[in-house]
Design a protein around this ligand. Structure first.
Ligand SMILES: Cc1cc2nc3c(=O)[nH]c(=O)nc-3n(C[C@H](O)[C@H](O)[C@H](O)COP(=O)(O)OP(=O)(O)OC[C@H]3O[C@@H](n4cnc5c(N)ncnc54)[C@H](O)[C@@H]3O)c2cc1C
Length: 359
């Protein structure tokens, strides 16, 4: 039942024997014909979140003729607006399933898992995809347990409809896994590895929106208490085009304000290492790394970050990495495109003076 580890491979190495490849091809061909995927989408402000648009791109990677259903839940006008967005978000979307209930307005895994279980029972999808966000990571194992299947997590590439690549050892090796269980094949996908199909979004057909019958939803054992978040104009860390990250080298919460100023000027998000979070300089939703957020922006600037393997796991796929550290032997320089051995406070001071304010 469980996903079988077919090989733990270094990046770019080969896979399997000739006979095995042939039977996989046959399996892949038949799956390609019958693939139908349910994408669990998250939304905000009346739009499907970029991470869920990436999940749609992953669904397309499973099969070009994939029939995709998008599941959206919550309540209020923003949900309906997001459903309209989902309906025209990808040419392969054949249906949007709208679950309108207060019980689903918050990211509680219990009611959502019940919902997913019920929708899968009715739809009989071959694949169920969620993005590897806090919500997706919370929901998927619970729903998979209800469906008695084993999920494949953190997928970064889809080789065949049931053969996936995912990182192991904090991203130091890539593992090719074959899912051998029953339908549905449930997986969480890393949004940094699947680019949304923006071209298709502008000229696509509009899929029908169907209300889901929610009479089965039970009174859950968990209750939403509240959400504490900071109001900020800065972009969301997980989807920002530029990220400015501080480590323990920043030395205080007060000094992190310098990074915030730089982020304002660059239109960037602020990130942090776990050491900086543990020291109380910034809240933990800014943590980048193995146990934090996975990011892959166009520009990643690291100040006073040593470059521990667990931190690299969350940012090494960034397009351009700039590191400032006073220790020339800091491991961050091994992944940096541009490295500056210098005191970060002097560098920040100069950058803040030279970079104009964002209009
Ligand atoms: C299971 C597990 C999961 C983990 N998950 C994560 C994770 O998700 N994310 C994460 O970040 N870490 C994670 N860690 C922690 C990780 O191992 C490191 O401890 C952490 O990343 C170190 O953070 P740092 O680079 O800020 O601190 P340090 O390692 O203390 O490095 C500080 C750096 O700042 C430099 N510096 C100091 N002063 C200055 C200055 N004035 N100018 C320039 N440079 C200066 C120093 O030379 C040093 O390189 C995890 C650890 C474990 C065991």
């Amino acid at each position: 039942m469980a996903a079988m580890v077919a090989g733990a491979l270094r990046r770019g190495s080969g896979y399997g024997s000739g006979g095995f490849r042939c039977s996989l091809r046959l399996l892949a061909q038949s799956l390609r014909r019958f693939a139908s995927t349910l994408v669990v989408a998250e939304h905000e402000g009346g739009f499907v979140k970029p991470s869920s648009l990436s999940a749609l791109a992953a669904a397309e990677a499973i099969a070009k003729e994939n029939k995709i259903s998008v599941l959206l839940g919550g309540s209020g006008p923003a949900l309906h607006k997001a459903a309209d967005h989902a309906a025209s978000s990808h040419p392969l979307v054949s249906e949007v399933l709208l679950a309108d209930s207060e019980a689903l307005a918050h990211p509680l895994a219990e009611p959502w898992a019940e919902l997913l279980h019920s929708v899968q029972q009715k739809g009989g999808y071959s694949h169920v995809i969620a993005s590897s966000t806090s919500f997706g990571k919370n929901l998927l194992p619970r729903a998979a347990a209800l469906l008695d299947v084993s999920p494949v997590t953190d997928v970064t590439a889809i080789k065949e409809p049931r053969i996936f690549v995912r990182p192991i050892y904090a991203g130091n090796a890539l593992c090719t896994v074959k899912y051998t269980g029953e339908d549905p094949c449930m997986m969480s996908v890393r949004s940094t590895s699947f680019s949304p199909n923006t071209e298709a979004m502008s000229e696509t057909k509009v899929a029908p929106i169907t209300q889901v019958d929610l009479s089965f939803l039970s009174e859950g054992k968990s209750k939403w208490v509240n959400l504490t978040s900071q109001d900020t104009e800065r972009p969301d860390l997980a989807n920002a085009r530029a990220v400015v990250t501080g480590g323990r080298g920043l030395k205080s919460a007060e000094n992190f304000k310098l990074l915030e100023q730089l982020a304002e000027k660059l239109g960037a998000a602020v990130g942090a290492t776990r050491a900086a979070v543990d020291a109380g300089y910034v809240p933990n939703d800014l943590q980048v790394g193995q146990t934090g957020k996975i990011v892959a922006p166009e520009l990643y600037m690291a100040f006073g970050v040593s470059g521990a393997i667990q931190h690299l796991a969350g940012m090494r796929d960034s397009k351009v990495i700039v590191a400032v550290n006073k220790d020339a032997d800091a491991p961050i320089f091994q992944v940096a495109d541009y490295g500056l051995v210098a005191d970060l406070f002097e560098v920040l001071d100069e950058l803040l003076k030279k970079i104009p304010d964002k209009k």
